[in-house]
Write a protein that binds this ligand. Structure first.
Ligand SMILES: Cc1cc2nc3c(=O)[nH]c(=O)nc-3n(C[C@H](O)[C@H](O)[C@H](O)COP(=O)(O)OP(=O)(O)OC[C@H]3O[C@@H](n4cnc5c(N)ncnc54)[C@H](O)[C@@H]3O)c2cc1C
Length: 312
């Protein structure tokens, strides 16, 4: 980014480009902290969904649209944003050094808002056909399946929303779910049930994805072969916490960063928030709230480490 001073020690560096990171940065800037946001991809996971109807104050928008508003707010406060991937973090004296491939950045405090990556099924054919009939994003790839038949694997609210989006383009969507009832928000569950193009196949896993140069069928765990043109996998996500773990940040059994109500981790000066952290319910609004708390806690932390009594 033009004009960026990489020798400078920022008060706070926020890692991530999703709602949590931007919410955190907006509050940090308003606390008059010197803040820098570094994100691999701006927008985060929410930018991949076609519709968001539960963000207070905004009746209905796309995930991309929501993040455009976040960007505008961030820009209005002149918060610097760098597109880069941080690959390591180390503590040197009283501050942290963050390294990407080509650059390094220094900060007094760091917030991990690194979100999560989509989980894979780990079955034969999944990797081979990724991009050739296997997808993890209906909004991105759905339009390629006009008038085709596709399936969505999973039973969460996200899976229901993916199926609803796909139904706008395709002839038929099968939701394939290992459970007995999908776990969607009641409003989305009803929309799925009322949608003639969507059919749910319960108590079924897929064991293999088959095709030639593109997907042709899936094999169910009962051995049945089921012809299909596209497979959309929506079976949850894994937190992006490896970087944090490498510097000794504690995680739980799901690899989520353990935080307290102040968004503090076990390492003073390092905070975490959003999908990468250990709250059971993960949404844009909950991530933003944790990010905002992280900004406030970082503000307190910086005050403490730079107070004259400590420096004496
Ligand atoms: C299909 C679907 C529909 C959804 N619908 C809704 C909805 O309607 N309403 C709602 O509130 N929520 C919804 N969610 C959930 C919502 O997307 C997440 O809760 C939210 O995006 C979490 O935000 P986050 O900023 O914590 O993480 P993310 O959005 O995952 O962002 C993480 C960011 O960190 C960056 N990053 C990761 N590692 C590094 C690194 N090493 N260096 C630099 N940057 C890094 C990534 O590039 C990314 O920008 C939906 C999710 C899905 C999958």
């Amino acid at each position: 980014m033009e004009g960026l001073d990489t020798e400078k020690i920022y008060d706070i560096i926020v890692l991530g480009g999703g709602p949590t990171a931007i919410g955190c940065a907006i509050y940090a800037a308003r606390f008059a902290l010197d803040v820098l946001v570094i994100g691999k991809v701006f927008g985060g996971l929410i930018a991949t969904t076609h519709i968001v109807e539960n963000y207070p104050g905004i009746t209905s928008t796309s995930g991309q649209g929501l993040m455009e508003m976040f960007k505008e707010h961030m820009n209005s406060l002149r918060i610097p944003y760098i597109s880069d991937e941080i690959r390591s973090v180390e503590k040197v004296n009283e501050h942290f050094i963050l390294h990407s491939f080509f650059q390094k950045f220094k900060a007094k405090s760091v917030v991990f808002a690194t979100g999560s990556e989509r989980k894979k099924l780990g079955i034969p054919g999944e990797e081979e056909f990724t991009g050739r009939g296997v997808s993890y994003c209906a909004t991105c790839d759905g339009p390629f399946y006009r008038d085709k038949e596709v399936c969505v694997i999973g039973g969460s609210d996200s899976a229901a929303k993916e199926a609803l989006f796909l139904s706008q383009n395709v002839n038929k969507v099968y939701i394939i779910y290992r459970g007995e009832e999908i776990r969607a928000e009641p409003i989305n569950k009803k929309r799925v049930e009322d949608n003639e193009k969507i059919e749910i196949i319960y108590k079924t896993n897929i064991a293999e994805i088959k095709g030639d140069n593109k997907v042709k069928s899936v094999i169910f765990d009962n051995g049945k072969e089921f012809e299909i043109d596209g497979v959309f996998i929506e079976v949850g996500s894994n937190p992006n916490s490896d970087l944090a773990k490498k510097i000794g940040i504690k995680t739980n059994e799901k690899d989520e960063i353990i935080i307290n109500r102040k968004s503090e981790t076990n390492i003073p000066g390092i905070f975490a928030a959003g999908d990468v952290a250990d709250a059971p319910f993960k949404q844009a609004i909950t991530g933003v709230a944790e990010g905002v708390i992280a900004a406030y806690s970082a503000f307190d932390y910086i005050k403490e480490i730079t107070s004259p009594t400590i420096l004496e």
